[in-house]
Design a protein around this ligand. Structure first.
Ligand SMILES: [Zn+2]
Ligand SMILES: [Zn+2]
Length: 265
């Protein structure tokens, strides 16, 4: 048994990177799916803003440098992910590389190969590079960490169309204002509605944890798996790769008994 390559002080067995340090890589990689979408929104803000019929902001008021920065950081993240997928594949891979050529695809691929990531002799660089690249992207997008996604705005607009802007609320506020059309929405009502809609969905522990995080509920995937082992929740079925799928509503009810009842009412 040796020590973690990052000198964090944790012991490791059959790996360079300890559980805690790998957890940081995992968290960074798992944020890539929403991050990729947010980056795209940030980079293309000008065209999205121009479409909003009630938007008071003229197109050319969006600072162009902001978009360039977002694009650059997106490219940097891409370079890091491409580099590590290639590096690990050349080291351990067999004949065909099964990796989608997108930020999400590459992050998902790395997450499917935790042993390769953790055993690579430069695993500390993998940790630094992935974490830094993701953090730099988070800094450039317009999304505070306490923001909660509230689905598409969907307000009726004067010209007969509906607003397609993404609506975000804050944990500590009751009202969310759409940044495109200015419509004000009641946050608890919308959250309740989203939770109720999601309650019947089925997902594996990792995706379910992500889904709940997007709704503003923190439930680690490891907790979901522990509950399953303790038979507090039951898998509804297994997916094509043999992973257990759970009902969102079952997990929510166990994690937040009161919330569950509210959304069922
Ligand atoms: Zn460590
Ligand atoms: Zn709107």
């Amino acid at each position: 048994m040796g020590g973690c390559i990052t000198n964090c002080g944790n012991p490791v067995e059959d790996a360079m990177l300890c559980n805690g340090c790998w957890g940081q890589v995992e968290a960074a990689l798992r944020s890539v799916s929403w991050l990729a979408e947010e980056l795209q929104v940030t980079i293309t803000r000008q065209s999205v803003g121009a479409r909003g019929p009630k938007s008071a902001t003229p197109v050319d008021e969006t600072p162009i440098l902001f978009n360039v920065a977002a694009r650059e950081r997106q490219d940097d993240l891409r370079t890091v992910l491409v580099g590590w997928v290639r590096c690990l594949w050349e080291w351990r891979g067999a004949d065909q590389l099964d990796c989608e050529d997108t930020l999400e695809g590459m992050a998902a691929w790395l997450l499917r190969h935790p042993t390769w990531c953790r055993q690579h002799e430069a695993a500390d660089e993998l940790l630094d590079e992935v974490r830094d690249a993701v953090e730099r992207c988070v800094q450039v997008i317009d999304r505070a960490p306490d923001r909660v996604y509230l689905s598409l705005c969907d307000a009726d607009l004067e010209d007969g169309t509906v607003c397609e802007a993404r609506l975000y609320g804050r944990e500590d506020r009751h009202v969310a204002t759409c940044r495109e059309c200015g419509t004000r929405w009641d946050v608890p009502v919308r959250r309740g509605w989203m939770v109720a809609r999601a309650a019947h969905e089925e997902a594996n522990s990792v995706r379910l944890s992500d889904l709940l995080a997007a709704l503003g509920y923190a439930v680690p995937s490891s907790t979901i798996r522990t509950w399953a082992r303790q038979e507090k929740i039951k898998a509804v079925r297994r997916d094509e790769r043999g992973r257990a799928l759970y009902r969102v509503g079952d997990v929510l009810e166990l994690a937040f008994p009161q919330q569950g009842r509210q959304s069922a009412a």
